[in-house]
Every structure is written in structure tokens, then in C-alpha cells.
Design a protein around this ligand. Structure first.
Ligand code: ASP
Ligand code: MG
Length: 408
């Protein structure tokens, strides 16, 4: 007998029909003698619908009320799924985040989980219940409803698995695992049997939308055994996120991630002196804008430097406005921007022990006439910023160049 936490995303509970299918799957695990905790998202589109309603009233909705509003989506699905389980003759009980007591900080709309009271859940499990918990929500110390940020149900699932010391956390979604890249762009993309936790973290932060990045971080911190599977297929092992590297079979590159939401800001001809990076990025950080890649290069004359960084496209206008304001005080010649850029990244722990990956990547892009605007590397990743219009081409040719369609 194992204790399993299963998380079902919005498409998996998007209709009554589908909720009944989830109930059937849960029932099969129960019949095998397992204890099952189910975490659900809101029905697909529901969270967006609720946010839309709020914005018809307040252009910047009050954060506390926003959380009261959007948390209702998951309250609907926990009740419906519990009813569906009961109809199949199972004992089931739903819990909102506050009812479990998933305690979070008070940062409305992006709260972090502080602790989970798992005793009630454990008692229900021991009494033979399927426990159904609302994803994405918690409660702060004062009893206010909080939510964990978009996609937060993944984090609820992993956090419950950690608190209950579950044997496995299964994330059911509309894809049947983690792929070498997005199959909508590369039809030959291959499903990975395993991916290391570090690679998954890179993939999630680089734009692969399969798992919320905070959920991956959580899994890493508490060593939760995490598996991504399809809720629409009966069989299949999905993709297991592992903590060990299998050196014998480890492919050099595991996947290609990409992000279309990249925008580039360039500050030209600033004096090359201590404090200049801070003078540029300080005001950007103060405005709560996340900076991704940063490049600084000393100019030809040796006295000035050019400084380029990327931000999320949504923050582009704000970042440009900030820099235009400080342009004179920092002595910059010009501030330029481009919000039609994209980032493509190769990810793989095998890079640690193999050389020539970067040059192969650059050669492949050069052969297609794709100009690289920025490059950044880490131990297990190489990212390039390119013109957005070449994104799909770049992903396709790289997938081929690194033989990702073939199993390692
Ligand atoms: N319903 C929330 C959202 O759409 C949480 C989730 O689905 O994970 O972001
Ligand atoms: Mg989701």
C-alpha cells in the first residue's frame, strides 16, 4: 500500500464528464489498496473568467478580494469530484486550503506556503476516505484566504506530498509527460522517461509550461518523487523527475526550452566606472521588474561600455521608461529597446562532461542565417536571444542537430 498524491489540472476537470473520468482513475488506485489524496485546479478557463469579472470593476483589483474571488474556482471542483467519488461508492471528503490549514504568508495572489496541518487528512485517509484538496489556495495567519500564483495547484500537490511524506506525487495534465521540446513546434519531439530535477528546474524557468517552477523547487527541497502523466490516457508511465543522474544512459542534451516573452533593453555608451551596473539595474529592481540575461561589454575606446539586459515583455515599456529617465544622470549616449526577441535554450546535465555543445549550437544557427543577439550559459544550459521570427526554425534545427528525436 502506498500513499499517493494526485494533482489534476484544469483541463482534466474541465467538464462533468471529465470529472467523472478522474473519479474513475482515483477509484482504480483505491482498488489497488492505495491511499489517495487528490488536488484539483479550477475547471479550465474558470480562473481567467473570474479575473476578467474583477477587472470589469477595478482595473487593479484589490488583492485580498481577488483571492476571495479566484479561490472559488477550486472550491467548485473539490465538491464536484467528491460527489463523483461518492457516486462510485467511495468515501470522499473535500477540503479548502483553509480547512486543511495550508498556512501561507500574507502576500495575496502570490503567497508562499509556510506549513501544512496534515493530521486531519491523515485521519480521513486512515478511515478509508479519498481526500480531495483545493489547489492554489491557503490561508494566512489572520484567516484571510490567499492564493499561490498562477499554476499554483502544482505547488499545493507537491507541498501536500511533502507534508504527508507521500510515496509519489503524480501531476496529471493534458500532455503525457515532459518532452524534448514542445511537440506543437517539433512533431518529432520525444517524451522523456526521466529528467533530472535540475534539468526540470531549468526547463520550467525557461518557459516549458508543464510544471509551475515553484512546484519543482518545492519538490527539490523536500525530495518529493514527482511524476508527470496524462489524465486522458489509461496507461503510461509519464515522465519521472529523478534526483540521480544515470551516467551510463544520460543524454548530453535532454531538452530545448524557449520563451517568446523576452524583451531586450540596451544602454549604449555609459561611462565605464564602478557603480554603473547598479545605476542601471537598481531602478529596474526597485520597480519590481525581474531581469533575466545581462551582458556588459567594454566599448572600443575603453572609457565607455554598452549594457544590455532582457526582461519579460510585459515589463518592457516600464523598463524603457525608467531608463529614459536615468539616461542623462548616468551619462548614457542612447537607450534602445526591442520587444520582438525570443530565447532558446539547450538544457542537459551531460553538458558538464561534454565539450563542443555551444559551438555545435552556434554552427547550427549560423547555417540557417539566424543571428544570435545575446548568449548566456550555466553549467547545464546554453541560452541565446534571437529575433522572435526565427524562434520556431531555431528550435526545429537544433532538435535535429542534437538528435533529440532519437532515444539516447
Ligand atoms: N486555477 C489556477 C490557475 O489557473 C491554479 C492552477 O490551475 O494551478 O492558475
Ligand atoms: Mg496548471
Amino acid at each position: 500500500m502506498a500513499l499517493i498524491v494526485q494533482k489534476y489540472g484544469g483541463t482534466s476537470v474541465g467538464s462533468i464528464e471529465r470529472i467523472k473520468n478522474v473519479a474513475q482513475r482515483v477509484a482504480r488506485f483505491k482498488a489497488q489498496g492505495h491511499q489517495v489524496v487528490v488536488v484539483v485546479s479550477a475547471m479550465t478557463g474558470e480562473t481567467n473568467r473570474l479575473i476578467g469579472l474583477a477587472k470589469e470593476i477595478q482595473s487593479h483589483p484589490d488583492p485580498r478580494e481577488m483571492d476571495v474571488l479566484v479561490s472559488t474556482g477550486e472550491q467548485v471542483t473539490i465538491a464536484l469530484l467528491s460527489m463523483a467519488l461518492m457516486e462510485m461508492g467511495l468515501k470522499a471528503k473535500s477540503y479548502t486550503g483553509a480547512q486543511v490549514r495550508i498556512l501561507t504568508d500574507a502576500a495575496h495572489t502570490k503567497a508562499r506556503i509556510l506549513s501544512i496541518d496534515e493530521e486531519n487528512l491523515r485521519r480521513d485517509l486512515n478511515a478509508g476516505h479519498v481526500v480531495v484538496v483545493a489547489g492554489f489556495q491557503g490561508v494566512d495567519e489572520k484567516g484571510n484566504i490567499t492564493t499561490l500564483g498562477r499554476g499554483g495547484s502544482d505547488t499545493t500537490g507537491v507541498a501536500l506530498a511533502a507534508a504527508l511524506k507521500a510515496d509519489e506525487c503524480q501531476i496529471y495534465t493534458d500532455v503525457d509527460g515532459v518532452y524534448t521540446t514542445d511537440p506543437r513546434i517539433v512533431p518529432e519531439a520525444r517524451k522523456l522517461k526521466t529528467i533530472t530535477f535540475e534539468e526540470m528546474l531549468e526547463m520550467a524557468s525557461l518557459g516549458s509550461k508543464v510544471l509551475q517552477i515553484r512546484a519543482v523547487e518545492f519538490a527539490g527541497k523536500y525530495k518529493v518523487k514527482l511524476r508527470v502523466l496524462s489524465s486522458f490516457e489509461e496507461e503510461g508511465e509519464g515522465t519521472l523527475i529523478t534526483f540521480e543522474e544515470d551516467t551510463m544512459e544520460q543524454p548530453i542534451i535532454s531538452g530545448i526550452a524557449f520563451n517568446r516573452d523576452e524583451a531586450k533593453v540596451t544602454v549604449l555608451g555609459v561611462p565605464d566606472r564602478p557603480g554603473i551596473a547598479y545605476a542601471i539595474l537598481g531602478p529596474v529592481a526597485d520597480a519590481n521588474i525581474d531581469v533575466d540575461m545581462i551582458i556588459q561589454n567594454v566599448g572600443a575606446d575603453g572609457t565607455t561600455t554598452d549594457f544590455t539586459f532582457t526582461v519579460h515583455r510585459n515589463d518592457f515599456t516600464k523598463a524603457m521608461d525608467i531608463l529614459k529617465k536615468v539616461q542623462t544622470s548616468i551619462g548614457a549616449r542612447e537607450v534602445k529597446g526591442d520587444d520582438k526577441t525570443a530565447k532558446v535554450s539547450l538544457v542537459g546535465v551531460g553538458m558538464r562532461s561534454h565539450s563542443g555543445i555551444a559551438s555545435n549550437m552556434f554552427k547550427t544557427l549560423a547555417a540557417e542565417g539566424i543571428n544570435i543577439q545575446m548568449i548566456s550559459t550555466s553549467e547545464i544550459k546554453i541560452s541565446v536571444v534571437i529575433d522572435e521570427k526565427y524562434l520556431e526554425l531555431a528550435v526545429r534545427v537544433l532538435h535535429k542537430a542534437f538528435n533529440l528525436e532519437q532515444a539516447a
